[in-house]
Design a protein around this ligand. Structure first.
Ligand code: HEM
Length: 442
């Protein structure tokens, strides 16, 4: 799509089956869509898949932005999970999970590790502890854990093309069985969360330290008649699906770029040594690491976890973007991947140069449209405040405590940076790397 946009321009219209698709591929046109016309373009174009169990009726990700329930869910997440106060209270959980990841690497020192596995696992455990104070898997175990398998398979399923999305009149027939499969996954999620909720309500498990966790807040809202249980299960499902892979993939991409660009790796480790010394990295150290932040931004510019965001929908007639009038009800995809590589916004756009973010103030909070890995406007990712704490902490700890080598026989230039489009943008060849401990841990 990025190549097509170079020929046909930053606003392209495609007819896929019976549906209209508009692809936005430049910073200026993204600004027109997500800022100037935010209200008219921030509904969701909902594929058939989330219609299973009518999940789309309770889903923060799929409800329209005009829905009172969507507004309520965004407020619940912002207030009870992502506020500065909540994030302060959950700092120890992030540090604990980062430590568990480091322990895993220490236990596997000198071995070639497929990084995506412990990274994905630790992100799942981090999410589950933030939401309901329980681990969902054992990081050290090689067995295929049910929950990990469930999230991974559900993510894989979301990405598969479905004829019902191109010919909506065929939806009722579900010709490829995609909705039936989605229903099976959603039922597993809902049943899993049913068990957690029942245990909490019957007092079998309690949150740590009696401070109250996100599930407690949700159940309090439930008892005040502000949220029903089905909506709570839908929200927990969406938060798991949205949070686990986006974070682990971003760290894996950063490591792949660092292993390929060895001088950047050395510079990052020198910054850590200078600013942190020989102690372990803590979350409060993170603001002292501008080069590490530049590496994460440069990684997200080249490898945004959600390269096309989630599909938006035009809800008003006469919306104009880049001089073109968008058809009402069209699906709108914002090509974040193309925007991050736009040669009018970025010099040497395909090259990994973290220093560019030290020379230029560009942030990912949705105001600088040449760099919108978390989206912008009403549908800006609500998980951003958590992601910008978790990703630097884990990456900094990995770089500070270990020297990273490639498996025998693989040179820096051999690291494969080709990507594979799924629910998120993953590496086509999963990264293997060998941790060699360099600082002692207590
Ligand atoms: C590297 C980390 C992450 C990236 C790059 C990322 C990116 C995005 C993007 C591009 C969108 C779609 C925006 C749009 O369609 O306009 C989104 C939506 C969303 N994200 Fe994230 N995200 C990340 C982490 C998280 C985390 C940690 C959570 C929650 C714990 C989360 C929860 C959500 C939810 C619930 C939505 C749907 C919001 C809505 O439709 O109103 N994300 N994210």
């Amino acid at each position: 799509m990025a190549s097509l946009a170079k020929i046909y321009g930053p606003v392209m219209s495609l007819k896929l089956g019976m549906t209209n698709l508009v692809i936005i591929s430049s910073p200026d046109t993204a600004r027109e869509a997500l800022q100037k016309n935010d209200a008219a373009v921030s509904a969701r174009w909902v594929p058939d898949n989330p219609h299973a169990l009518n999940h789309h009726e309770v889903s923060i990700a799929w409800l329209s932005s005009s829905s009172p329930l969507w507004k309520n869910l965004r407020t619940v997440v912002t207030t009870h999970l992502m506020s500065a106060r909540c994030l302060d209270m959950t700092r120890t959980i992030r540090q604990e999970k980062s430590r568990e990841l480091m322990t895993y690497f220490h236990e596997n020192a000198g071995k070639s590790i497929r990084l995506s596995l412990p990274l994905f696992g630790v992100m799942l455990n981090l999410t589950s502890n933030l939401l309901f104070s329980e681990d969902v898997l054992d990081l050290g175990s090689d067995s295929t854990e049910d929950f990990k398998e469930l999230v991974a398979s559900a993510l894989e399923e979301i990405a598969k093309p479905n004829v019902s999305d191109f010919y909506p009149f065929l939806r009722a027939l579900d010709l490829q069985g995609r909705r039936r499969i989605a229903k099976v996954y959603l039922e597993k999620f809902y049943n899993y969360f049913d068990g957690i909720i029942t245990r909490r309500l019957t007092g079998v498990t309690q949150m740590k330290e009696n401070t109250g966790d996100f599930l407690d807040s949700l159940l309090k809202l439930h008892s005040d008649s502000n949220l029903d249980l089905r909506t709570i299960k839908g929200l927990l499902t969406d938060l798991f699906v949205a949070s686990s892979e986006s974070g682990s993939i971003t760290i894996e991409w950063a490591m792949a770029e660092l292993l390929r660009n060895h001088s950047v790796m050395l510079k990052a480790r020198a910054e850590l040594k200078e600013k942190i010394g020989s102690k372990q990295v803590e979350e409060t150290d993170i603001p002292k690491l501008p080069y590490l932040h530049a590496i994460i931004k440069e990684t997200m510019r080249l490898h945004p976890a959600g390269p096309l965001m989630l599909p938006h929908k035009v809800t008003e007639a006469g919306v104009e973007i880049g001089g073109f009038t968008l058809p009402k009800d069209a699906r709108v995809m914002i090509n974040v991947w193309a925007i991050g590589r736009d040669s009018t916004a970025w010099s040497e756009p395909d090259i990994f140069i973290p220093e560019r973010f030290l020379l230029r103030e560009v942030d990912f909070r949705g105001q600088d449209f040449e760099f919108i890995p978390f989206g912008s406007g009403r549908r800006l990712c609500p998980g951003l405040p958590l992601a910008v704490k978790t990703i630097p902490l884990m990456l900094a700890s990995m770089l500070h405590e270990f020297e990273w080598m490639l498996p025998d026989g693989i040179r820096h230039s051999d690291v494969d940076l080709k990507d594979r489009f799924g629910a998120s943008l993953a590496l086509a060849t999963p990264l293997q790397a060998v941790p060699i401990p360099v600082i002692a841990t207590d």
